[in-house]
Design a protein around this ligand. Structure first.
Ligand code: NDP
Length: 245
């Protein structure tokens, strides 16, 4: 797949799954704007690792939960680049707790980051992509949004919300050659799930037909396919990358 002359935004694109997606897009020739919210150290390390692609990689720091920051980011990007072809809504957080004891703050932070942030970024991209009559939007949702996991009422709701949101939006923009899809990872080896206890890791692996957690590259490959011209007739759908979970 060749993404030369295409511009992609990857939110949360400097570590974890987003880092894998940014790297794969750079290797395939795209110009990438990778965003992050807090972790300057990881972002700078990533920039150094990607020095080979320095002329095609831009890093931007802002919080996707804040609409005005999303608007400022988009204004900067569209001044710098003529066209944005691809948006990957990848930034996300977990704040697990049993529903009965979940705080309002944990509920709101997860919904705001995973769902509201994806909506703000999608809305701004759609306004731009409609004028250009081309676009690819991919949300990194989760199998948790389809099956639910104990302790993840907030996370599962946010991820199910992303799927429903993109199904609706995809119908609104299909005529303008904009496709909107979801990739639903299962358990992928990143810092997001570093805190799982050994017992829980064992239990989850035993439930996965492939008996292992996935790698960020395995998610990135699915994302690149949906972002490419080869996926021109696919919209409003979800692709699981979960080892069969
Ligand atoms: P990581 O925790 O490794 O990375 C999360 C990224 O999101 C970071 O770059 C972080 O920025 C960014 N981010 C967090 N909050 C905000 C915010 N408010 N504004 C902007 N950016 C923000 O997570 P993963 O790579 O594991 O997860 C990526 C996506 O994949 C998430 O949406 C997650 O829900 C989903 N997913 C992950 C699975 C897994 O097993 N790992 C399974 C299923 C889905 P910073 O570096 O500055 O903190």
């Amino acid at each position: 797949m060749n993404f030369e002359n295409q511009v992609a935004i990857v939110t949360g694109g400097t570590r974890g799954i987003g880092k894998g997606i940014t790297q794969a897009l750079l290797q395939a020739g795209a110009k990438v704007i990778a965003t992050y919210a807090h972790n300057d150290a990881k972002a700078n390390m990533f920039k150094e690792e990607m020095s080979l692609y320095a002329d095609r990689l831009t890093l931007k720091k802002f919080d996707v939960t804040d609409k005005s920051q999303c608007e400022d980011f988009f204004k900067d990007v569209t001044e710098e680049f003529d066209q944005v072809h691809i948006l990957i809504n990848n930034s996300g957080i977990r704040r697990d707790n049993l529903g009965a004891s979940m705080t309002q703050e944990d509920w709101e932070q997860v919904l705001d980051t995973n769902l509201k942030g994806s909506f703000y970024m999608s809305q701004l991209s759609i306004l731009h992509m409609m004028k250009k009559r081309y676009g690819r939007i991919i949300n990194i949702s989760s199998v948790g949004g389809k099956m639910g996991l104990a302790g993840q009422a907030n996370y599962a709701a946010s991820k199910a919300g992303q799927i429903a949101m993109s199904k609706s939006l995809s119908k609104e923009v299909a005529k303008r050659k904009i496709t909107i899809n979801n990739v639903c990872p299962g358990f992928i080896e990143t810092e997001l799930i570093d805190d799982l206890s050994e017992d829980l890791v064992k239990e989850y692996k035993s439930q996965i037909p492939m008996k292992r957690f996935g790698k960020v590259d395995e998610v990135a490959n699915a994302v690149l396919f949906l972002a490419s011209d080869k996926a021109s007739y696919i919209t409003g759908t979800t692709l699981d990358v979960s080892g069969g979970l």
